[in-house]
Design a protein around this ligand. Structure first.
Ligand SMILES: Cc1cc2nc3c(=O)[nH]c(=O)nc-3n(C[C@H](O)[C@H](O)[C@H](O)COP(=O)(O)OP(=O)(O)OC[C@H]3O[C@@H](n4cnc5c(N)ncnc54)[C@H](O)[C@@H]3O)c2cc1C
Length: 355
């Protein structure tokens, strides 16, 4: 296993459960995740529950309304009564910890180990010219060296045109959802530990940076509780947003499988990147268990996961483009469409409830 992000550690637990001896190679000096909140959608929560990871089943106590608002606070779409699934919101480090808590004696972790070269033949894979394995799972993220080695012609990460900020406020917000303004968005979600996770996006060139002061300048006069949340936040993380170009490369090459962002990094607009990595891990273990021939099992894994991930990359990118619109006329048309769509969805949900 190369990479001990959420994808790599989930795959390590999943492979351990079906009898593999797993070595996790991670270039960082220690295991763990930085970051703020993360959404865990039902499909990923089901995989984690199957793997025995405990603690994701307590759905966030969403006490107030959620949906889509304008910076003034006016609702465009109220989602609370649409009858749609909502994710569990959890701190990223807590999610990582509850997965690694399932590591047993079959999992060995080597931190401070950077994979630079990978070669393979019919009998196995060779890492950095010295470590041999039957199977290599590349969970080494957006800038995967293994994906680049396998597919040197593939263009690799492309910049979305916007950056994202994330932070944790030490207060409980009574509502959630997203607020869309011109070329910038702000999202609020309650974590299961009682704190409030917020995130925000803004159009800007890659590499420009940004901090909490920039967030306060941009969103500090938006509707309540945004100013209060920012006032209760110590620091903000900032990441330029990239995804991988379509078509995605195959997730299987001989005895090597790509997993998570290494295979399908997507913009975070649907909050699905890590969830898709978790689902990849479940699918990989399933095919390796069901199909004795390893190369065939990886081909089946690719056939199952690549189409699903492609759809998510595409839809996440489209949502980002809609959300980051700058032209007021286009924004007006978008908001009207969403308001009408929200009404139709609300009506359909009410009908479903009556049946
Ligand atoms: C702002 C933002 C918000 C997001 N919100 C959500 C959300 O709410 N829900 C959700 O599901 N997803 C979300 N995502 C996406 C999610 O963060 C990623 O999809 C997920 O973390 C990818 O996990 P991964 O394990 O595939 O890769 P990574 O987390 O990138 O892990 C890769 C690991 O590999 C290691 N590594 C890299 N190269 C090497 C090497 N050569 N040798 C050894 N080790 C190496 C790295 O150090 C790292 O630990 C968000 C992303 C962003 C940017």
């Amino acid at each position: 296993m190369v990479g001990a992000g959420i994808g790599g550690v989930t795959a390590a637990v999943a492979l351990q459960r079906c009898g593999w001896e797993v070595t996790v190679l991670e270039r960082a000096a220690a295991l763990g995740e930085v970051g703020a909140g993360i959404s865990v959608w039902p499909g990923a929560a089901a995989v984690l529950n199957d793997l025995g990871a405990k603690g994701i089943d307590q759905a966030a106590a969403l006490s107030g309304p959620t949906g889509l608002r304008k910076p003034s606070g006016r609702w465009v779409v109220a989602a609370t009564h649409l009858g749609i699934d909502l994710p569990v919101m959890i701190h990223r480090a807590q999610l990582h910890d509850l997965i690694t808590a399932e590591f047993g004696p079959a999992v060995t972790v080597r931190t401070g180990y950077t994979v630079e070269t990978v070669t393979q033949d019919d009998s196995g894979v060779l890492v950095n010219g010295s470590l041999r394995a039957d199977l290599l799972v590349a969970a080494d993220g957006l800038r995967s060296v293994i994906r680049t080695a396998l597919y040197p012609q593939y263009a690799g990460p492309q910049y979305s045109g916007y950056t994202a900020y994330r932070g944790l406020a030490d207060v409980k917000a009574n509502d959630g959802g997203e607020t869309w303004g011109p070329a910038q968005r702000f999202g609020i979600a309650q974590l299961i530990d009682g704190r409030t996770y917020w995130y925000a996006t803004a159009n800007q060139p890659a590499g420009q940076g940004g901090d909490l002061a920039a967030v306060i300048r941009r969103y500090g006069n938006w509707h309540d509780p945004i100013p209060q949340l920012l006032a209760s936040t110590d620091t903000a993380l900032q990441n330029d947003i990239y995804d991988l170009p379509l078509p995605l490369v195959p997730f299987a090459a001989g005895r090597i499988a790509l997993l998570g962002d290494a295979a399908h990094a997507m913009t975070p607009n649907m909050g699905r990147g890590a969830c898709t990595a978790i689902e990849d891990a479940g699918a990989l273990a399933k095919h390796l268990t069901a199909t004795p021939d390893l190369v065939t099992a990886l081909t089946q894994y690719d056939a199952e996961r690549r189409p699903a991930a492609t759809q998510l990359v595409k839809r996440s990118r489209q949502i980002g483009r809609m959300g980051q619109l700058e032209n007021p006329v286009a924004i007006g048309a978008r908001d009207t469409l969403m308001w009408v769509g929200g009404g139709v969805a609300r009506g359909a949900a009410a009908l479903r409830r009556k049946r």
